[in-house]
Structure formats: structure tokens, C-alpha cells
Design a protein around this ligand. Structure first.
Ligand code: GLN
Length: 300
């Protein structure tokens, strides 16, 4: 007699307690994947007895999870901003904190659209997601801003392939354009909004599990975590239109430093640091003024 769903979940949850902060959720997601069922069905049919093959598949997934492998890689997907996304080890697993970056970017985009009034041409707005990875930010922005064209840039061709599938999965072909290259270099024109969750960690200091499984290219921000912000900011003035906004995700300890770097790069901008739900500094927003900016040469 094989074990029931209730029994399998109880055992796996106990086993994952040591590795995961969400052992029950992990067990449910892994079992749903092993059964090829939606998670809701797993929760509803707790007296069902999976076959011994299904139980073995589940046990293998739990074993890998207990070694620290992220659930998102084990099941090949992750929810972000209410959207189901494919993720692979070529991309960082989208984090819930990054939803704040999306929310603030949507607010800036709507502010620009309002100020612009009725625009009949498409796109009414152009955005760039720099270091798009799985495409999570670009897909979320394009989903909620039909007026916009989003350029999604990444240095990793492997990540761009995943982003491309996520764009197709959400029917956003034509509204999100993939560009291969370094930071702002591949942009064909200056944009209204630059959004980025660049690598900003001090790589040697991050959690061993993150280091073991997630791509270094998406995480390593150099010796003090600011190397990529510095390189990015050097080219932002030419790539951001007057009145446009720059939004950068940051580490909790980087609010002051990154805000100062942004002020130095965009002296005409109004700069704010926003906190996430846990009260930690998470996003720097810079709004560019119009007049001074218009006097600068624009063009990449
Ligand atoms: N939030 C990620 C972490 O702390 C870092 C993401 C990044 O470097 N952009 O693991």
C-alpha cells in the first residue's frame, strides 16, 4: 500500500524543515509537479494514493530540495507578480521583493502617460529592462502597460532564450523586444523608463545555497556590490529621455550609496529610496527633470 498525499506531505515537510523557510509550500509544489496536477488539486485530494513511480519521483525532488536546490529550478517555474514564468538555472529565480520595483515602475509609467495626454501612436512609451534574466520584470510591465514597448536586455544568450519563451507564454511578442548585449549598449534609442535589478551582491557574502545554484552573472556586483550600478550609470544620461525615470533594485544596505551615485550621474533628477514590505531599502527611483535634460545631447 502506497502512502496518501496527506502522509507524503507530512513526511516531506518534516524533512525540509532544516533547509527551507517554507517547507510545507515546497512539499506541495514538488508533489504537484510529480503528479502533474495543479497545487489546488493536491490540497483537495489528500486521501489519494499516488502510484509508487509518482512517490519515487516526489522523493527524488524532496531529496534535491533538502540539499538546497531552489524549488523553482526543480519544477521549472515560478510565480512573479501573479504571472506564471519559466525559470532555469540560467536565470535568477524572481524574488517577491522585486515586485516593488515593478509596482514603482508602473506608477512612473502611468505618471508619464498622464502628463503626455492623448497619444494615438504606439508605443506611447518606451521602457528598458536591463539584465532581464527570465524576463520577469519586462513581462510584468508589458502585461500591465499595453501602451508601451519594452526592450529586454541581457548579456546571457541562455537567459534571453528563457525570456523569449516567457514573452511568448504571455502573448507579448511584438511588445517586448529582446536585445543581446551589455547594459544599455544594445538600446536602439533613448527610452522613457530604465528599470533594472542588476547584480548587486558581494558574491563571497551571499547565502551558500544561492551561490551554489543561481547564476553568478546575475548576482556578483563586484568587491562592494556597486560595480554594475557604476557602469550602468555612466551611460544612463544619454539613454534616458527628459522627464524619464530610472528605477534600480538595491540591497538593503545600499540605499545611501546608490542614491548618491544616481545623484552624481543625473544631477537634474529627483532621487528617492523606497523600502520593501519588510522595511528594508529596496528601490532607488530617479525622476529626470525636463528642461535641463533637454539641453543635454540625447542619443546613445
Ligand atoms: N536579491 C538577491 C539576493 O539577495 C540579489 C539579486 C541581485 O543581485 N540582483 O540573493
Amino acid at each position: 500500500m502506497t502512502a496518501s498525499i496527506a502522509e507524503l506531505l507530512r513526511e516531506a515537510t518534516a524533512r525540509l524543515q532544516a533547509t527551507s523557510q517554507t517547507p510545507r509550500l515546497d512539499a506541495e509544489l514538488l508533489l504537484a509537479h510529480a503528479l502533474n496536477w495543479p497545487r489546488a488539486r493536491v490540497l483537495a485530494e489528500r486521501q489519494y494514493h499516488p502510484s509508487s513511480e509518482q512517490a519515487a519521483t516526489f522523493a527524488a525532488l524532496v531529496a534535491r530540495r533538502s540539499q538546497g536546490e531552489p524549488v523553482a529550478y526543480l519544477i521549472g517555474r515560478r510565480e512573479f507578480y501573479g504571472l506564471d514564468l519559466e525559470v532555469t538555472p540560467a536565470t535568477l529565480v524572481p524574488r517577491p521583493e522585486t515586485e516593488l520595483l515593478v509596482e514603482l515602475a508602473l506608477a512612473e509609467a502611468r505618471r508619464l502617460l498622464l502628463a503626455r495626454g492623448q497619444v494615438t501612436d504606439w508605443p506611447a512609451l518606451t521602457l528598458a529592462d536591463i539584465g532581464t534574466g527570465s524576463g520577469a520584470i519586462a513581462v510584468a510591465l508589458a502585461t500591465h502597460l499595453p501602451e508601451a514597448l519594452v526592450y529586454a536586455v541581457d548579456l546571457s544568450a541562455e537567459a534571453l532564450a528563457v525570456a523569449g519563451r516567457n514573452i511568448a507564454r504571455h502573448g507579448l511578442q511584438g511588445r517586448v523586444r529582446l536585445l543581446h548585449g551589455d547594459l544599455l549598449a544594445p538600446l536602439p534609442e533613448p527610452v522613457d523608463l530604465i528599470v533594472s535589478n542588476p547584480p548587486y551582491t558581494v558574491y563571497a557574502e551571499i547565502a551558500p545555497d544561492v551561490r551554489a545554484y543561481e547564476p553568478r552573472l546575475a548576482l556578483d556586483g563586484g568587491p562592494n556590490g556597486t560595480a554594475v550600478y557604476r557602469r550602468l550609470l555612466a551611460t544612463v544620461p544619454a539613454a534616458l529621455r527628459p522627464h524619464g525615470a530610472l528605477l534600480l533594485e538595491i540591497g538593503a544596505w545600499q540605499g545611501h550609496t546608490v542614491a548618491e551615485l544616481v545623484r552624481a550621474a543625473l544631477p537634474d533628477a529627483e532621487v528617492q529610496v523606497h523600502q520593501d514590505l519588510a522595511g528594508r531599502d529596496r528601490v532607488v527611483v530617479a525622476r529626470r527633470a525636463g528642461r535641463q535634460a533637454a539641453e543635454r545631447p540625447i542619443g546613445v
